[in-house]
Design a protein around this ligand. Structure first.
Ligand code: PEP
Ligand code: MG
Length: 594
C-alpha cells in the first residue's frame, strides 16, 4: 500500500529509486574472560590508532571535497577518540576484572549514549551520534567486522534511514545515492548540509520512514516539497515521473541559457539569486546563473565548531563571496542563531519555545561583542564588491533602529581607525514576523530593501512550528493568510520605492513563482539548484496576467483551493500561451485592493 510521509525538504529535486535501508551500525559484542590483558590492551591500542588514521584521512578528503569547515566534525571525532575515560575503563577492567576490551568499549558507548540522549540540550544530543560513530569504528577494527557503509553502492538507490551519521554522509557514493529520506534531523543537520552541497534530493524529519520502508521498496523523495512516497501506486509514480522530467528539462534548458536575464514574456525583469550557507557555494551559484546572492546565512560559519569564528575568518568568508560575485550583490544576513540552529560555541541554553525565544537579532542585540565583530567583518568586506547587510527576525521599529545603531557605532569606529568600507552600504530587514508585515510601511522608511523570509513567516502567522513533523501538514505556504501577508509587504515596499525579495523556500518552488511576481516581488532568492527551474517558470509567465492571478488567489478561502489553482495554472501555462496573442489587447492592470 502506498504510504505518503511529510518531512522537511532540505535539498530540492525529485528522486525515484529502490530503497536502501541503512541502519546505524550496531555490532554484537559478547563478554568473555581474558587470560592475557597486555595482549588484549595492545589490540585495543592498535584499533584506536587505525581509527585515528582513518579519521585523519576522512578529514582531509572532506576538506578537499566540500571545505575545511565541514571537515571539522572529524576533528571532534578525533577528540572523542582520545577520550581518556574510555581508555582508563578499558585498562581497569582488563587488568582487574579480566574482561575483554571490546565489551568495555561497548558498555561505555551504551552508557554515554543513554546519558547524552536524556539531556534536554540538543547540542548534547547531537554529540550522541558522534560518540556512537567513533565507538563503532573501534569495535569494528577490534572484531574485524565490516561496518555497513554508503561509500560504494552497487546501483542507484534512495538512502532510507533513521539517521545517517556525519562520517557516512561525508563519504556518500554521490553517483548512486539518488535520494535521501531520514527520520532524524532538520535543515541544519550535517546530512542536510551535505545533501545540498552534493545536490542529492533529500527529505529529513520524517519520523517513521525507517519503519515503513522495506529494502528495495520503490521510494519517491520530493526534496523540493518535503514529501516521501513509499511503494507509490502507478498513478502516483506517473505523476512524479512527469514532474521529474519537467524539472530536469527545465533545469537543463535553463542551464543552457544561463546567462540570459530572468524576464517574463512581457519583459518584466525578476532577478533570480542564490541562497548560500558557505562561500564555497558561490561558484555553483554563478554556474547556474545566479544574479546575486540574495541570502548568505552567515550563521553556518558558527555551526559545527567549538570556538567562535574570528572577525578575520568572517571577513575572509564574506570577502571571498563578494569578490566572486562582483559586481552582482551579496546580501549578508547577520547571525540568525537560535531556534533550531544551535552553535556549540555560543552561550545558548535550552528554551521551552526556542522558535519564540532568544533568536537572531534578539541574541545579537544582547551580545554586542559577537554582533559588532560580525558587522565589522561585513563592513570591511564591503570594499571588495556589492555587499548589502540584512537583519533577521525584525519584529518592530525599535529593534531595527537598535540594530542600525550598532552598525553605525561599528562604522564610526572603523572610520576613526581609517579602515576603508562602503559608507553607502544598503541595509535591509527580513520580513518574517507578522508584526513586521503590519509595520512594513514604518520599517520601510528605515530600510533600503526588504526580503521576505517565508519559512518563518508561515511558521509565525499560522502558529505551526516549522520543524515539528507532527503538524507538518498544517505548514501551508499556499494558505491565503500567508499570501495576503506577502502581498501587503510587497505593497508597502512598492509605496516606499524599495525592492522586496522573497528568500524563503517558496521562492525556489516554481508553483508559487507567478503569484509572487504578481504580488510585486522584485527578486527571488533560493537554493541555487532551484534557479534553473524558477527561471524556466518566469520565462513562461506574463506579468500582466500574473498580477490578475495573484489577486484571484488572495480572494480564495483555503490553501488547498489556491494550490489546486496554482497547479492547474502551471499545467495549462504552455497551452494558454498559444491563445495569449488573442487576449493580449484586453489585458490591463487590475491590481485591486483587499
Ligand atoms: C526564512 O525564514 O524564510 C529564511 C529565509 O530564513 P531561515 O530559513 O534561515 O530562517
Ligand atoms: Mg528565517
Amino acid at each position: 500500500m502506498e504510504v505518503v510521509l511529510k518531512g522537511e525538504g532540505v535539498s530540492p529535486g525529485i528522486a525515484i529509486g529502490p530503497a536502501l535501508t541503512f541502519r546505524v551500525n550496531t555490532i554484537d559484542v559478547t563478554k568473555r574472560k581474558i587470560k592475557n590483558p597486555d595482549a588484549e590492551l595492545a589490540r585495543f591500542d592498535r584499533a584506536v590508532s587505525e581509527v585515528r588514521a582513518e579519521l585523519e584521512r576522512l578529514r582531509e578528503q572532506t576538506a578537499l571535497a566540500i571545505g575545511e569547515r565541514h571537515a571539522d566534525i572529524f576533528k571532534a571525532h578525533l577528540l572523542l577518540l582520545d577520550d581518556v575515560t574510555m581508555r582508563e575503563e578499558v585498562v581497569r577492567f582488563a587488568r582487574e576484572e579480566k574482561i575483554n576490551p571490546e565489551y568495555v568499549v561497548n558498555d561505555v558507548i551504551a552508557r554515554y549514549t543513554k546519558m547524552l540522549s536524556s539531556v534536554d540540550d540538543p547540542r548534547f544530543r547531537e554529540r550522541t551520534q558522534d560518540f556512537v560513530d567513533v565507538g563503532n569504528r573501534i569495535l569494528a577494527r577490534m572484531l574485524n567486522a565490516d561496518l555497513e557503509s554508503l561509500d560504494k553502492l552497487e546501483h542507484p538507490c534512495v538512502i532510507v534511514a533513521h539517521d545517517v551519521p556525519p562520517s557516512d554522509a561525508a563519504r556518500l557514493d554521490r553517483k548512486n545515492a539518488v535520494g535521501i529520506a531520514i527520520d532524524a534531523g532538520g535543515p541544519t543537520s550535517h546530512t542536510a548540509i551535505l545533501a545540498r552541497a552534493f545536490e542529492i534530493p533529500a527529505v529529513v524529519g520524517l519520523r517513521f520512514v525507517g519503519s515503513y520502508a522495506m529494502p528495495n521498496d520503490t521510494i519517491i523523495v520530493d526534496g523540493t516539497r518535503g514529501d516521501v512516497v513509499i511503494r507509490p501506486t502507478q498513478e502516483t509514480l506517473a505523476k512524479y515521473d512527469a514532474r521529474k522530467v519537467r524539472e530536469t528539462r527545465a533545469r537543463e534548458a535553463l542551464m543552457a541559457a544561463e546567462l540570459k536575464p530572468s524576464v517574463t514574456i512581457d519583459g518584466h525583469k525578476v532577478p533570480t539569486m542564490a541562497n548560500i550557507e558557505l562561500p564555497e557555494e558561490v561558484a555553483h551559484s554563478i554556474r547556474v546563473g545566479a544574479q546575486g546572492i540574495g541570502l548568505f546565512r552567515t550563521e553556518y560559519l558558527f555551526l559545527n565548531r567549538r570556538t567562535l569564528p574570528t572577525e578575520e575568518e568572517q571577513y575572509e568568508a564574506y570577502a571571498a563571496a563578494v569578490q566572486a560575485m562582483n559586481p552582482a550583490p551579496v546580501t549578508l544576513r547577520t547571525l540568525d542563531i537560535g531556534g533550531d540552529k544551535i552553535a556549540g560555541a555560543l552561550p545558548q541554553g535550552p528554551e521551552d519555545n526556542p522558535q519564540l525565544g532568544w533568536r537572531a537579532i534578539r541574541f545579537c542585540l544582547e551580545k554586542p561583542d559577537i554582533f559588532k565583530a560580525q558587522l565589522r567583518a561585513m563592513l570591511r568586506a564591503s570594499v571588495h564588491g556589492n555587499i548589502q547587510i540584512m537583519f533577521p527576525l525584525i519584529s518592530g521599529l525599535d529593534e531595527l533602529l537598535r540594530a542600525k545603531n550598532v552598525l553605525k557605532e561599528v562604522a564610526a569606529d572603523l572610520e576613526r581607525r581609517g579602515i576603508q568600507f562602503n559608507k553607502k552600504i544598503a541595509v535591509g530587514s527580513m520580513i518574517e514576523v507578522p508584526s513586521a508585515v503590519e509595520l512594513a510601511d514604518v520599517l520601510a522608511r528605515e530600510c533600503d530593501f526588504f526580503s521576505i523570509g517565508t519559512n518563518d513567516l508561515i511558521q509565525y502567522s499560522l502558529a505551526v512550528d516549522r520543524g515539528n513533523e507532527r503538524i507538518a501538514q498544517m505548514y501551508e505556504p499556499s494558505h491565503p493568510a500567508v499570501l495576503r501577508l506577502i502581498r501587503r509587504a510587497a505593497r508597502a515596499a512598492k509605496a516606499a520605492r524599495i525592492p522586496i525579495s522573497v528568500c524563503g523556500e517558496m521562492a525556489g518552488d516554481p508553483i508559487f513563482t507567478e503569484a509572487l511576481i504578481g504580488f510585486g516581488i522584485t527578486s527571488l532568492s533560493m537554493s541555487s539548484v532551484a534557479i534553473p527551474l524558477v527561471r524556466a517558470e518566469i520565462s513562461h509567465i506574463r506579468y500582466s496576467l500574473a498580477k490578475r492571478f495573484a489577486l484571484r488567489t488572495v480572494r480564495m478561502g483555503t490553501g488547498t483551493e489556491i494550490l489546486d489553482a496554482m497547479q492547474r495554472r502551471s499545467k495549462q501555462r504552455s497551452a494558454l500561451e498559444e491563445y495569449l496573442d488573442m487576449f493580449s489587447d484586453d489585458e490591463h492592470d487590475s491590481d485591486g485592493k483587499l
